[in-house]
Design a protein around this ligand. Sequence first.
Ligand code: AMP
Length: 572
Amino acid sequence: MNLFNKIQDIFLLYLLQLGAIRSLKSLQKDTINAVSVQQKLIKNILKLQKDTEYGKRYNFAALTVAEFQTIHPLTTYENYREVIEDIANTGNFSQLVAEPIILFQETSGTTGKSKLIPRTKSLQSTLQKPFQAVNAIARSYYLKGRAYATDSRGLALANAQPLKSTPSGIPKGTGTSGGIRQSKSFQKIVSLNFSSPVGIFLIPDYKTAYYCHILFALLEPKLSYITANFASNVLEALQILEREWPQLLNDIYQGELNPNLSLDIATRKELQSRLKPSPEKSNTLRTEFEKGFSGIIPRIWPQLSYIQCITSGSLQLYKESLKFYAGEIPIYSSNYGASEAWIGCNLEPQLDSTAYVMTPHTAFFEFIHISQIDADQPTTVNLASLNVGESYEVVVTTVAGLYRYRMGDIVKCVGYYNQSPMIEFSDRQGSLLNISGVKVSESEIFAAITEAIKIFGDDCKIIDYTTSIDVSSFPLRYIVYLEVSKRFETIPDLILFRDKFEQVIYDLNVRYLNTREANIIGAPEIKLVERDSFKMLKNQIVSQGISETQFKMPRLLKNAEQVNFIESKYIN
Ligand code: AMP
């Protein structure tokens, strides 16, 4: 890089960081005025959409906010499925939204049928501020003075699948794929910030993309951070590194890209042009890999300051495994959001928590108290009226055509940041085990497994788990499928495990205890599954077109094919 280009890049980085800090300040200001920001937002939404067929049906033009909340029912995706399918087929977006739909975001469908969530320019612009704000925090808190250095690049684990198109020609794909493929500034952002050449982000197969991301990160002497959507994405990449390091080192030694990677000619050419033989680098790395993978990250990237990825909800499971590789490197769980809307940002990394401050400008938020989530049309409270310590389902009205829409996410209010609630993610409604109306949540199951696993000894870790309801038993019961790190000579006593597991659930959930005592629910069965079962399950789900960067392991299997698959891996 010549001096002029270097100065230009420093200047650009400085401007980007300045813009990011401005976004952070603006977001903090929004939290001070959260109530009025919310009121203004909902008024703007009603005004923006008043001339759509949907807006006319509900007479948005004449409604006050309070009337809107009384007249308009709470909805789920099923209320929109038909109109969205019609827009996808005909292109007639004004049935629902005033602006063209720039992308139908395909959701991961982890807890039910996949959905198509409309993205408009207005929705897209709500994402800018929180996205930049968390980057400003990460850079200033973890990178400090290195935030503007042109050699402080990060490894970004993302890849975009090609966008599909609806019959009327509207692009369709995951939010991440749309974000990468539809962004005009993506190329410049990549070259300034990340260790990977832009072509890697466009490789559709995530395993190939991750291999290439890692290869170029290994060549980055001052790699400063790793960023990905979920902790599971980072873990997946590190497992690829652990498995494939001899080949990666060979690529580095020879300066030749692995010939077995399935890449199109142009991408291979682009990547190959950036490689040159580096025997010395390869040998130095080999010494580290040969010592083992515990704490490998700080050994191969001594300047790496943080890992940014979501570790809340059941994703916390992967944090433990990540720490094996990361040692003491901090993990920043920066955001909580969905295709429907951005919901919150972690503004306090120094607390090492996963509490998210709700972003008042991204959607109009309402909340259903946990005690009422089974009702069809329960009452809601607004964002400033949450009780600290209590749990709620999140409801959003978005700028892109979803009105009083039940997200199905359960969050706990853990405090307030100015007028904005700070929330922790607890569960997804679709993952609640429910027998005879008695529910056991994702977080209760996770707490119970975490406790019960101790029976197998300190060296035994949970690799992954899921559950299903055994409908062939009487009374009905839960099955927990569990993959653990330890290899047993003989299958251990799972009754002991089950008793401990249930004890934790009894303590957390008195209704479960009562129904178990009344024998309305049978004793759960714990089934250990073979090594790599969950990897295979994931591959099976991802191969059906779900993006890896958005993939979340289903914690309650409802699909018969998936149940049969995991059942076939049961070690009995
Ligand atoms: P998708 O629309 O496919 O990107 O999935 C969005 C869903 O991912 C949310 O509704 C949550 O259930 C889950 N999710 C997103 N952010 C977080 C987070 N920080 N912690 C736990 N789960 C999350």
